[in-house]
Design a protein around this ligand. Structure first.
Ligand SMILES: [Ca+2]
Ligand SMILES: [Ca+2]
Length: 260
């Protein structure tokens, strides 16, 4: 008979490793559309409890986290100037009825009234994010400039009684100049001990987003974090020689006991 002690000893060799922890990366995100202007702030929360429950983990297993808040600043224009300019010019035009190769060139006069308007947003909108005792800011500093041009013919009259004398044309042209500081805003924060503790206690992280300057929409809040997952004892293979030695000793013991 192989003694019970030997079998227990050999079995113990299979389960030699102690319980270990492994970091599991997790991510939770919120999509929103919160509009903020200078001086306004919003308190927001990220709740990771259901995510953790799905993994069989508790909030106390969270070991670190990075918070990312994204926003977008659309241009907010003010009219900063306008002017009206009259521009007159004339253009030769080939008439379409070219009889027997004798094309006629007529001269048209243009009377253009240009309405110029300048639209400007010179504010680099600034978003501030606070979680625990840490905060970070970002500014919308993309410089965007473009013009738009549209027009409308107000009147057209023959200069003389005949079309061959050309036309007078009156034209209103609307020219807008746009210039802005706007664009994406992103603040990333490593959770400090205060923020981490807030999250560990109840699985809910509190944060606030504030407009230091200008207007923007807060669009996304994301929390990337790591939770420590308990790993069951590893199956440690017993070296064959050790196993054989064990079985050999067991056989020897049985033989001796029989002889005794
Ligand atoms: Ca702006
Ligand atoms: Ca909390």
């Amino acid at each position: 008979m192989v003694s019970k002690k030997f079998l227990v000893g050999i079995a113990a060799l299979f389960c030699a490793a102690s319980v270990q922890a492994a970091a599991m990366p997790l991510s939770s995100a919120l999509s929103l559309d919160q509009y903020l202007t200078t001086g306004q702030s919003r308190n927001l929360q990220i709740d990771v409890n259901s995510l953790l429950a799905g993994k069989g983990l508790a909030s106390s297993s969270i070991s670190s986290g990075v918070l990312t808040v994204s926003g977008f600043s659309s241009a907010d224009f003010d009219i900063t100037g306008s002017s009206v300019t009259n521009v007159n010019y004339s253009e030769d035009r080939v008439t379409t009825d070219c009889n027997k190769g004798q094309c006629k060139v007529v001269n048209d006069n243009f009377h253009v009234k240009q309405f110029n308007t300048n639209y400007s947003d010179s504010i680099a909108d600034q978003m501030k994010v606070t979680a625990g005792g840490a905060s970070g800011t970002d500014s919308a500093e993309d410089h965007n400039a473009f013009n738009s041009d549209s027009g409308k013919i107000e009147d057209t009259k023959k200069k003389t009684g005949s079309e061959n004398g050309g036309y007078n044309r009156w034209y209103n042209q609307f020219i807008s100049h746009y210039d802005s500081l706007s664009g994406d805003l992103v603040v990333q924060l490593n959770l400090d001990s205060l923020a981490l503790n807030d999250l560990l206690v109840d699985g809910i992280l509190n944060l606030s987003v504030n407009s230091v300057l200008g207007q923007f929409n807060v669009t996304d809040v994301r929390l990337d974090f790591e939770a420590q997952e308990a790993v069951p004892p590893a199956q440690v293979p017993v070296p064959t020689s050790l196993l054989l030695t064990g079985l050999g000793l067991a056989a020897l013991a049985t033989t001796r006991r029989r002889k005794a």
